[in-house]
Design a protein. Structure first.
Length: 390
């Protein structure tokens, strides 16, 4: 019988395609016409808007979450000889930024249900050199911040929250990114608030926030971007060897519009999450756990588990079959110790982090963007039904 896909190639459902409106397009055009594309008043406005949304003390816009993590680690005074504990169930950037700061990354396995770093595993990995913990609110699910903060207080550790998935996430009424010392946001194309590429640091401490601002623009004295403004040329002075991590106004104007619609988009993803839960629960695959009470899940990723024995298909064959049906899918993530660089450099072995290993080898992220129509969601469900019924 001839194969008939749920969606033809020309209707391929792109994974993580963002919900962008006319407001974003008009804002970009207006900025381009203004002649000021680079870092300036709009980046400052986006910082103020996000600071208010999160209830943060300080916010510094940068050009990625990777930059945000790197600068937070540096501003915390972490460097060679220090160890930083993070999760094996994350994007490589979380680990790479620890390495770029000159410190040593240490992994602590995840809880098999929440997929978030397990505080008991963190405690087991603490040594006299441990300086910080970087928890990732995986898929938008809040980490156990009570337990992590208690460990940090006991051992005098810094907490840098990786909030790449966690714009809307809350834990017991507190917003993710404001519970630890630093919170790092991502506005990458697939994220819940997008600017194309982009990120932000939320910081508690004013001095550290000011240092991050300087480090993000070559180490030039504060407000160096104003040197091309209309109130006279200003010299800048380099205070330390910084980075080119600044966010452009062209990016910020997209973020400003996106943040205005953050709640509506969250509600849409919550509805999609619920529908998946209702319709996929009858199938052989395993679904993500419900959000914990007293938390707000950001619904950034919807990860199903494809266990070969239970589903009658391997995870990788499932990925290919969904793609053939015109549905874009993702893997978040192969566990960090699966990658050759870390095996070679740190001797990490996936077997030592068994929960992350299993999740990484079974997980498939199906689309959950606010842009999805009811018909799109129906197509995803139909494709999964057909793939599992082969
Ligand atoms: C958990 C996590 N941390 C960090 C990052 C890095 O974000 P960015 O692409 O904005 O640098 C990502 C991006 O996918 C991520 O998912």
């Amino acid at each position: 019988m001839k194969f008939s896909p749920v969606r033809s190639k020309d209707r391929f459902l792109v994974f993580g395609s963002p919900a962008l409106g006319d407001a974003e397009i008009e804002a970009v055009v207006k900025t381009m016409k203004s002649g000021w594309l680079g870092t300036g008043p709009k980046a400052a406005e986006f910082e103020a808007d996000m600071k208010a949304y999160k209830g943060a003390s300080h916010a510094v816009a940068v050009n990625s979450c990777t930059a945000a993590l790197h600068l937070s680690i540096l501003a915390a005074g972490i460097g060679p000889g220090d160890e930083v504990i993070t999760t094996p169930m994350t994007f490589c950037a979380t680990v790479n930024t620890i390495i770029h700061a000159g410190a040593t990354p240490v992994l602590a396995d995840v809880d098999p249900v929440t997929m978030n770093i397990d505080p008991r595993e963190v405690e087991r990995r603490i040594t006299p050199r441990t300086r910080a913990i970087i928890p990732v609110h995986f898929a938008g699910r809040a980490c156990d911040m009570d337990a992590l903060c208690a460990i940090a207080a006991r051992h005098k550790l810094i907490i840098i929250e990786d909030c790449a998935h966690a714009i809307e996430t809350e834990h017991k009424g507190r917003k993710a990114g404001t519970i630890g010392d630093f919170g790092c946001l991502s506005f990458y194309v697939t994220k819940n608030v997008v600017t194309g590429e982009g990120g932000m640091v939320l910081a508690r401490n004013e001095e550290q926030a000011a240092r991050i601002k300087v480090l993000a623009l070559h180490g030039m004295s504060k407000d160096a971007w104003k040197r091309f403004g209309d109130d006279g040329y200003k010299h800048y002075y380099v205070q330390e060897a910084g980075f080119k991590y600044n966010m452009m106004d062209l990016q910020a104007v997209i973020g400003i519009e996106q943040l205005r619609r953050v709640n509506g988009n969250w509600k849409r993803r919550e509805a999609v999450w619920r529908r998946y839960g209702e319709e996929l629960s009858k199938l052989a695959l395993a679904l993500p756990a419900d959000p914990e009470p007293d938390t707000r899940h950001a619904y950034h990723l919807y990860s199903v588990m494809i266990d070969n024995e239970r589903c009658g298909i391997s995870r990788d064959d499932f990925l290919n079959a969904m793609t053939r049906h015109g549905i874009g899918v993702g893997v978040h993530y192969l566990s960090i110790p699966e990658h050759p660089y870390y095996q070679k450099t740190y001797g990490w072995n996936p077997e030592d982090y068994p929960h992350a290993k299993r999740i990484g080898r079974q997980t498939v992220s199906i689309p959950i963007s606010a842009k999805l129509t009811d018909a799109d969601v129906g197509d995803v469900i139909e494709a999964i039904r057909r793939v599992l019924a082969r």
